[in-house]
Write a protein that binds this ligand. Structure first.
Ligand code: NAD
Length: 358
C-alpha cells in the first residue's frame, strides 16, 4: 500500500448530517462521484479502493487526486478481502452506512479473468458483510447490483419481481449471487441491506471499457466503428443512465435506509431488505448512440456491423416505479444532454492544457 493513500484516521471524519459512510470502490467511476456528492452535502466519508488494473490506472489516480485535493475525501488503498484492514477501519470509525461499489465490473473481461469476479464480487463481498455483521455499529449497507441480473429475460421493461434466473455472463451471475448472499445476511443477522440494480451508467470520468467511451475515442481517432449487433439494426439497446441520477439514487438509498436490527449477530429483529432498479426507462440502440456521438464530435465515421458478442443481452430497460416510491428517484438527464457533458469532459481531460472539473 502506498502511504500517501492512507488517511490519518485518528480523528472521526467530520459529519454535518450524522451520516458517516464507508464507500468501497471509491476511486471507481461511480464511487468517486458518489464520494464527492456525499462529502459536499456534509456526510463523513472514508473511501477504500484496491486500484486494480482492469482499466487505465491513470484515470483512477486522476479521480483520486480530485477526491483528495478538491473534495477532501479520505481514501485508503486496500482490498475488501483484507479482513484485518476492514476490522481496523471499522474499529476506528463508527460508520452509519456502507456504500458498496467495489467490484470486478465488465462483461467481456470475465472470459479473460473469471476468478477476479469471484474474488471481488463474491469472496470480497462476504468478507465485508462479515466485518459489518460483527461491528458494533452495524451500518446499513447499500450495495451495487446490476441490470445484467435480468439476463436473457426479454420481457421489458424489467421490474424487480421479474425472473433473474438466466444470467448471460459470469459478471451477471456474480451480481445475482451478491444479491442472494446479501439476502441471507439480512435474514440471519438482521442487517439492513439495499441492492441497487444500476442500468448502463455513463458520464464524465466514466469507464474506458464501456462502449460510449471507446466509441468517442475511435471517432476522434478517425477509426472505423465496430457495432456488435448482428444483421438487424437497433437490436442491441441499452437504458443509458446518467451518473448524477445514479448518485442521487444512492444518496436517497442512504437517507431512506433503516437501521440494522441485529446486535453483533446475537439478537435478531426484522431488518430492511430492498432490491431497486435505477435506470432511465428509455433504451437507445447502439446505432443511435454512435449517431449522437458523431453529431457532438462533428465527425462521421465508417461503421462495420458485426455479430453480437458472447455474454451480451439484446436490451435493457428499467421499470423505475419502485425507485420513485422508495427513493423519490427521478431521471433528470436524457442521453443527448448526458453525452454532451461526457464529450465536453473527455475533450478537456485528454487535452492536457485544460483542467477538467467535477
Ligand atoms: P469501476 O471499475 O470504475 O469501479 C469499481 C472500483 O472498485 C474500481 O476502482 C476498482 O479498483 C475497485 N475494486 C475492485 N475490486 C476491489 C476489491 N476487491 N477491493 C477494493 N476495491 C476494489 O466500476 P463502476 O462503473 O464505478 O461500478 C461501480 C459498481 O456499480 C460495481 O459494483 C459495478 O458492478 C456496478 N455497476 C456499474 C454499472 C455501470 O454501468 N457503470 C452498471 C451496473 C452495475
Amino acid at each position: 500500500a502506498q502511504k500517501h493513500f492512507c488517511p490519518q484516521l485518528s480523528t472521526k471524519p467530520h459529519s454535518r448530517t450524522g451520516h458517516t459512510v464507508f464507500v468501497t470502490g471509491a476511486a471507481g467511476f461511480i464511487g468517486a462521484h458518489a464520494s464527492v456528492a456525499l462529502k459536499r452535502r456534509g456526510d463523513g466519508v472514508v473511501g477504500l479502493d484496491n486500484f486494480n488494473q482492469y482499466y487505465d490506472i491513470t484515470l483512477k489516480k486522476s479521480r483520486l487526486s480530485k477526491l483528495l485535493d478538491r473534495a477532501g475525501v479520505f481514501v485508503v488503498e486496500g482490498d475488501i478481502n483484507d479482513g484485518v484492514l476492514l476490522r481496523k477501519l471499522f474499529g476506528l470509525v463508527q460508520f452509519t452506512h456502507v456504500l458498496h461499489l467495489a467490484a470486478q465490473a465488465g462483461v467481456r473481461y470475465a472470459m479473460v479473468n473469471p476468478n477476479s469476479y469471484i474474488r471481488s464480487n463474491i469472496d470480497g463481498f462476504v468478507n465485508l458483510l462479515e466485518v459489518v455483521k460483527s461491528s458494533i455499529a452495524q451500518p446499513a449497507i447499500i450495495s451495487a447490483s446490476s441490470s445484467s441480473v435480468y439476463g436473457l429475460n426479454s420481457k421489458v421493461p424489467f421490474s424487480e419481481k421479474d425472473r433473474t434466473d438466466q444470467p448471460a455472463s459470469l459478471y451477471a451471475a456474480t451480481k445475482k449471487a451478491g444479491e442472494e448472499i446479501a439476502h441471507a445476511y439480512n435474514h440471519i443477522y438482521s442487517l439492513s441491506i439495499t441492492g441497487l440494480r444500476f442500468f448502463t451508467v455513463y458520464g464524465p470520468w466514466g469507464r474506458p471499457d464501456m462502449a460510449y467511451f471507446f466509441f468517442t475515442k475511435d471517432i476522434l481517432n478517425r477509426k472505423q466503428i465496430s457495432i456488435f449487433e448482428g444483421p438487424n439494426h437497433g437490436t442491441i439497446a441499452r437504458d443509458f443512465t446518467y451518473i448524477d441520477d445514479i448518485v442521487n439514487g444512492c444518496l436517497s438509498a442512504i437517507d431512506t435506509a433503516k437501521k440494522s436490527t441485529g446486535t453483533g449477530g446475537k439478537k435478531k429483529g426484522e431488518a430492511q431488505f430492498r432490491i431497486i432498479n435505477l435506470g432511465n426507462t428509455s433504451p437507445v440502440s447502439v446505432h443511435k448512440l454512435v449517431n449522437i456521438l458523431e453529431k457532438l464530435l462533428k465527425v462521421k465515421e465508417k461503421k462495420v456491423v458485426l455479430m453480437p458478442r458472447n455474454g451480451v443481452v439484446p436490451i435493457t430497460h428499467a421499470n423505475i416505479s419502485l425507485a420513485r416510491v422508495e427513493l423519490g428517484y427521478k431521471r433528470t438527464v436524457d442521453l443527448e444532454m448526458g453525452l454532451k457533458k461526457f464529450v465536453k469532459w473527455y475533450l478537456d481531460y485528454y487535452d492536457a492544457k485544460k483542467n477538467s472539473s467535477w
